[in-house]
Design a protein around this ligand. Sequence first.
Ligand SMILES: Cc1cc2nc3c(=O)[nH]c(=O)nc-3n(C[C@H](O)[C@H](O)[C@H](O)COP(=O)(O)OP(=O)(O)OC[C@H]3O[C@@H](n4cnc5c(N)ncnc54)[C@H](O)[C@@H]3O)c2cc1C
Length: 385
Amino acid sequence: MQIEKRIGIVGGGPGGLTLARILATRGITSTVFELDEHRLSRPQGGSLDLHEDSALVALRHAGLEAGFKALARYEDQGDALYDSQGTLRFSLGGDPDGGRPEIDREQLRTLLLDSLPPETIRWGSKVRAVEPLPDGRYRVAGAGGSLGEFDLVVGADGAWSKVRPLVSAEEPRYTGVLFIELSIDDVDARHPDVAALIPRGKVSVVGDNLSLIAQRSSNSHVRVYLMFRVAEDWLQQGGLDLSSSSRAREMLKARFAGWAPSLLRFIDVCNDTIVPRPIVALPVGHRWTHRPGVTLLGDAAHVMPPFSGEGVNMAMLDAAELALGLAGDSDWSRAVAAYEARMFARAAEAAAGAMEGLDFVSENALEHMVEHFEEIQRMVDAPRP
Ligand SMILES: Cc1cc2nc3c(=O)[nH]c(=O)nc-3n(C[C@H](O)[C@H](O)[C@H](O)COP(=O)(O)OP(=O)(O)OC[C@H]3O[C@@H](n4cnc5c(N)ncnc54)[C@H](O)[C@@H]3O)c2cc1C
């Protein structure tokens, strides 16, 4: 049965697209407003591990499990830990049944987009604000005026949501940790010494207040995050010269001075796309008083540091629970309030864990990480029920 109420989703990231897809499978039409001009406007980023109890549940509800399995890299669940002198401190082999298969962000987005009726997505629609109307509905407004009026508007537009001000005065705050994102192309053929450091999945290198994560994507591509603590205006104060990639590489190597030359190769061989990503977070336990006709999911509701790899997983589970709630209850306000109550509790727990992850960039980080790996090893070794 086709439901006539109108739902507008702001943001076509993993959360917004999962919501649109599950709604579509339940006969509920939605409109997604996405600021990107088209699906290939910008690179979508590196690899994601999707978790059995969240994103994979959402993909099952979306009827996309088989499509996911065809793309996922089950073999890339390995994880290794080095110290800054290049000594391997721990290695987790990467159990192909480990419950956290990897997929490139771009592949995930394509899987979701291809599953939607093309008219669902309004590309090139940068939402400026969402305005309440006297009849209880909401107008989604872009630069050129109204983009449409809806019974329910869902903010799935990430950390800097334009929908959030309708329900909350909170804004994400800088956590003090800056990531610098680097990319290495064709690592296996062109840089076998670097490839040997990441045989499978991901590698973490931990020093004092300086860390690095390198993560494989498909096609021998590697995404590297250099992590350190700097003031919020460090970039504006000229901390890194991004006008010249060779100068930026030299400055980054100077910051990591004292690290083993084998590890500095991650900086030597990266391509010219060097992207700073200040890590921001909403307060742990962010919540709001339910307001009929509007809600948030994913980063818009609970952006958190990415250390525990929960962001996409939470966004997709939020989307699934919201979609199933809307499909199962004709009183949408009641369905949204029930979704929010569950999501607030789940997100608060995940955000608290993610904030602890900031210790990954600290003086005693190596000690913490060895303990963390030992704990994972114990869980892997524990007999399965
Ligand atoms: C460096 C880094 C590494 C990360 N690594 C991982 C990881 O390994 N695993 C993991 O699970 N999570 C990771 N995360 C977190 C993850 O990226 C987010 O949690 C996840 O993308 C949230 O999904 P979302 O759909 O809520 O929002 P987003 O992915 O942010 O999508 C929002 C969408 O809304 C669009 N949009 C924004 N504003 C507007 C507007 N005004 N109008 C219209 N459209 C708009 C955007 O273009 C985008 O398409 C990482 C984050 C960072 C910063």
